[in-house]
Ligand binder design. Structure first.
Ligand code: DX5
Ligand code: ZN
Length: 217
């Protein structure tokens, strides 16, 4: 059976021990590392920028997926791509010219993802989904770790799955926020290929075990 792709988010970990956290993830069954970049404008929180990203890139052995929660991400795509990032995910709501931004990400040699906030209808994917490696459905309002999963996301996952089938394209569906071992099964059954998980991994006392468990969802 196909295993669920698991992307640990380091957002709610203790940054004083970032090296230790990355070592734990390196030795785990995680498929890639999910790195949340926030600008205090697109979301009401700031996370970190280039110096921390550089440190992460030096210590991680996992492919890195950048989740850009920033306005006008086109300003930084080239700089981000220099950090050997595997995938860059931009928010549809943050891009005036989403198609151009997606092309730019691919020209920079990265995979391209588009994230949608919980309230954003999936219609905006109709003419872009063929170009995408991944659709990231936010199952919390972005900006903070440790929030509760928004149930309507399950229906949205099914809708995106149907759109992928209709358009005969290969985009993966990733779901980000509030996922744990209790609700994770439903997320995968609805059609998610990948889950982004922060607090429920790192609050568990045994992150590697938690990641292994999530892969079996
Ligand atoms: C929220 C971030 C998520 C978050 C996930 O804005 O995009 O990646 O860190 O963390 P949990 O699993 O705690 O919701
Ligand atoms: Zn994220």
């Amino acid at each position: 059976m196909k295993k669920t792709l698991v992307a640990p988010s380091i957002l709610s970990t203790d940054f004083a021990f970032l090296g230790n956290t990355l070592t734990i993830i390196n030795k785990s069954a995680a498929d890639w590392l999910h790195v949340d970049i926030m600008d205090g404008l697109f979301v009401p929180n700031l996370s970190f920028g280039m110096p921390i990203l550089k440190a992460i890139q030096q210590y991680t052995s996992k492919p890195v997926e950048l989740h850009l929660m920033i306005v006008q991400p086109e300003r930084y795509l080239e700089t981000f791509a220099r950090f050997q990032i595997q995938q860059i995910t931009v928010h549809a709501e943050a891009c005036l010219h989403l198609h151009r931004e997606v092309q730019q990400i691919k020209e920079l040699g990265c995979k391209a993802g588009v994230a949608l906030n919980p309230h954003t209808p999936i219609d905006c994917l109709e003419y872009i989904i063929q170009e995408l490696d991944m659709v990231c459905l936010m199952s919390v309002n972005p900006g903070f770790g440790g929030q509760r999963f928004i149930l309507q996301t399950l229906d949205k996952i099914r809708q995106v799955k149907a759109l992928i089938k209709t358009k005969k394209c290969a985009a993966l569906i990733e779901v980000d926020g509030g996922i744990n071992k209790t609700n994770g099964g439903e997320v995968v059954r609805a059609g998610a290929d990948a889950v982004v998980v922060g607090s429920s991994i790192f609050d568990s006392g045994n992150p590697q075990e938690a990641i292994r468990h999530l892969k079996e969802l």
